[in-house]
Design a protein around this ligand. Structure first.
Ligand SMILES: [Mg+2]
Length: 216
């Protein structure tokens, strides 16, 4: 079956880890738990870490166990300036323009954050859809149900999709469904069908996939 969809993770996939965006979000997650649940910073940090390890995101744990208002949380943890962390990226823009297929963002963040990041990088126009965590009923990656809902929203079959992500943990359920996986800047213990160090190396991988599978 031909490849029709390229599913991109957003944070630390479309820009480098050292940008400091996830560090800012991580800090605000802890601050949120301190403010809304009355924990000390150390307790909030321990809880966020435990939920992240167990569920893939702190938000998922807070939803399951702490009666979280997810929209309040998402607005709070993404409320910081991006301008000093990200810059317009013409190389990324050109790289995305060279790729076949329908490009989609599949992110554990919310749409507002995704729009801001894409606008700042100057690549918003490449993506026909943003599947955010609210679009998959607040079920975060790596819960397999998030991927099923994402495919359902797109009307796509797993065999038609390539997923590009910086987290091997988030790629594993995609691979199990039959999605072709590309790991960006992964650790040595993480696995995927393809591995690249930098997102700008993606076209060679997509060309290889298209040679074997054909792309539309
Ligand atoms: Mg990421």
């Amino acid at each position: 079956m031909a490849i029709r969809y390229l599913l991109f993770d957003l944070d630390e996939t479309l820009y480098r880890r050292d940008a400091g965006v996830m560090q800012a979000i991580s800090q605000l997650i802890r601050q949120y738990i301190v403010e809304r649940y009355g924990l000390t910073y150390e307790e909030a940090d321990a809880l966020a870490r435990r939920y992240h390890a167990q569920y893939g995101t702190s938000m998922r744990g807070l939803l399951l166990h702490n009666n979280l208002d997810p929209d309040d949380f998402l607005a709070y943890v993404h409320n910081f300036p991006l301008e000093d962390k990200l810059s317009p990226d013409p190389a990324l823009d050109a790289m995305l323009a060279s790729l076949p297929g329908t490009k989609v963002i599949f992110t554990n963040a919310d749409r507002r954050h995704a729009e801001r990041v894409l606008e700042r990088l100057g690549v918003r126009h490449h993506f026909s859809q943003i599947i955010d965590v609210t679009a998959v009923d607040y079920i975060s990656k790596p819960n397999p149900q998030a991927y099923r809902l994402c495919l359902q929203r797109l009307g796509a079959r797993p065999e038609e999709c390539v997923m590009i992500e910086d987290s091997g943990r988030n790629l594993a359920p995609a691979a199990a469904l039959g999605i072709t996986t590309v790991l960006v800047d992964g650790g040595p213990e993480e696995t995927a069908d393809y591995r690249i160090e930098d997102i700008l190396a993606l076209p060679a991988v997509i060309q290889d996939i298209c040679r074997q599978r054909s792309c539309t």
